[in-house]
Design a protein around this ligand. Structure first.
Ligand code: C2O
Ligand code: CU
Length: 554
């Protein structure tokens, strides 16, 4: 592979949306930030200069970083924050990924303004597993907060145990679009030529929302997800959860005109709330040529409504790996570690920054609400420093309760806080069943994301996972390979991977409110015994751990 160098200068800049101007932290003065473009197997050095006011880190979402957790990014997991005025060079090692991925800040809620796309092109000799597209369009879906400093608001909410803020709108390439005040001058436009086929590369960088997306009068052919190819599926809409990336072919088959591309929230939480804000974030697909465009672009009639749960489930169920000789799959079949992990909302009692005991909203995995240590887990592990974490992430036997019942016993809501990690031997074949729960009648989808790996989704369903019958239905032939999976509301999902990447890897829900509340854990994969199967040497210039970032996660 080749080597590329990027400079990321993080500093505050002014942006005006929804009729008000605020200053926010961005990379190289742009929102969304710059695109990193590589070919499969390349290495990228990104020199991050922090000219902002708070500590920050950057994560390369979906890049497996073989044996190189030092550059993975999540604060207090693999590094401490880069201090204001300091810089840090990430070494981003691409291996088997191909397609669209992304990068984002992994400290506080800074990722709302600090994110961008990563494009991984196939090798010249292999090319795409579909006809070479005529062009490309990158669409990043995001969240906009009118508040001057979203981190400030989140910090206060976490301090007193209240709910975190909702965004004021979603954005397409940084713009809310025509349906919002003071927005139609700057609505994002994508110009296409009749007869051409484009590769649409999409990132859901929204903070807390799964989103539906559609383009009026144009079908989408999904060909890739999370940096792996999938069997092409033709669809009128997609559902994309936070953290996910999707590659689609779009053929400009209308001779002329202007069409809305629109996204709206798919809300598994409150499907029965009728006064929900259904405002649509829009951009315009516009045909080049000599014609008088219609005053009003056409809106996508096939965009599901926010409460349409079945469309989301149906769409996700259609995604399968390519699984052919050029793109074979390697699903583990001799499972050595089975885990059953529940995801739940809790009320937790915690001591806040001022030393007061409070109780408030929390969330957890297997009833452990994650707490960041003061020095990153990776350094503690690598240097054998004790006292910063414990290796006792709990195991739950499957079907201990009816987890999706309306009246769950109180005992299941009794969450403790901890920095409890799961340790795996090198090359273990792992199956994890994530189980959604209805603790406090608060059931919703959780986009579970794993760092350092992609994994196969071998099964999913509603209700409680049944250890007897459900594994018999697993798809081991062409399961999709992803880094983020939406654990369905009151349902379960089973995943498999081989623990072939030694390191310290974060797992978490990619809804930032749940991440902040502790729906996280860490997996340590041990070295394999040879230099080629062990974590690399750390760079000598890791950021020191004496500077706190803005929000102290509980
Ligand atoms: Cu998109 Cu922990 O990351
Ligand atoms: Cu969640």
């Amino acid at each position: 592979g080749r080597v590329h160098y990027y400079d990321f200068v993080l500093k505050e800049a002014n942006f005006t949306r929804l009729c008000s101007t605020k200053s926010m932290l961005v990379v190289n003065d742009s929102f969304p930030g710059p695109t990193i473009r590589v070919q499969k197997g390349d290495t990228v050095y990104v020199n991050v200069q922090n000219q902002g006011d708070y500590g920050v880190t950057i994560h390369w979402h979906g890049v497996h970083q073989p044996r190189n957790p030092w550059s993975d990014g999540p604060e207090y997991i693999t590094q401490c924050p880069i201090e204001p005025g300091a810089n840090f060079t990430y070494e981003v090692i691409f291996s088997d990924e191909e397609g669209t991925l992304w990068w984002h800040a992994h400290s506080d809620w800074t990722r709302s303004s600090v994110h961008g796309a990563i494009v991984v092109m196939p090798l010249n000799e292999t090319g795409f597993p579909f006809p070479e597209p005529n062009g490309e369009e990158i669409i990043i879906l995001g969240s906009w907060y009118v508040d001057d400093d979203v981190n400030e608001v989140v910090a206060e909410a976490l301090e007193d145990g209240s709910d975190t803020p909702r965004s004021d709108c979603y954005t397409i390439n940084g713009e809310p679009g025509d349906f919002f005040a003071c927005s139609n001058e700057t609505t994002h436009r994508w110009q296409v030529e009749y007869g051409k086929t484009y590769l649409l590369r999409m990132v859901n960088a929204a903070m807390n929302a799964e989103l539906y997306f559609a383009i009026a009068e144009h079908s989408l052919i999904v060909v890739g997800m999370d940096g792996s190819y999938v069997k092409p599926i033709v669809t009128d809409f997609i559902m994309i959860c936070p953290g996910q990336t999707m590659d689609m072919l779009v053929t400009a088959n209308q001779s002329h005109g202007r069409f809305y591309m629109a996204a709206r929230q798919y809300d598994s939480v409150r499907p029965d709330v009728t006064d929900y804000d259904t405002s649509n974030v829009t951009a315009i697909l516009e045909y080049k040529g000599d014609y008088t465009p219609p005053a009003q672009p056409i809106f996508p009639s096939k965009l599901p409504t926010y409460e349409d749960l079945m469309s989301a489930v149906y769409f996700s169920s259609r995604i399968k790996s390519l699984a052919n000789s050029d793109h074979p799959i390697d699903v583990p079949v001799n499972i050595t570690t089975r885990m059953y992990i529940t995801a739940e909302m809790n009320t937790i009692t915690f001591v806040n920054d001022t030393g007061d005991e409070r109780s408030g909203l929390g969330s957890s995995l297997n009833n452990v609400s994650w707490v960041n240590p003061s020095t990153d887990v990776l350094l503690a592990y690598y240097r054998n420093k004790s006292g910063l974490y414990t290796e006792d992430f709990p195991d739950f036997p499957p079907s201990l309760f009816d987890f999706v019942a309306e009246d769950l016993p109180d005992s299941i809501a009794a969450t403790t806080q901890g920095t409890r990690v799961k340790v795996l031997e090198y090359n273990e074949e792992v199956e994890i069943v994530f189980q959604g729960t209805n603790v406090f009648d608060a059931s919703e989808d959780h986009p579970m994301h794993m760092h350092g790996y992609s994994f196969y989704i071998v099964g999913t369903g509603f209700g409680n996972f049944d250890n007897e019958t459900d594994p018999k239905e697993y798809n081991l032939l062409d399961p999709p390979k992803v880094n983020t999976v939406s654990l369905p509301k009151k349902g379960w999902v089973a995943i498999r991977f081989k623990a072939s990447n030694p390191g310290v890897w974060f797992w978490h829900c990619h809804l930032d409110r749940h991440l902040s509340w502790g729906m996280n854990t860490v997996m340590i994969v041990k070295d394999g015994g040879t230099p080629e199967t062990s974590i690399r040497e750390p760079p000598s210039y890791m950021p020191p751990c004496n500077y706190a970032s803005k929000i102290k996660l509980r």
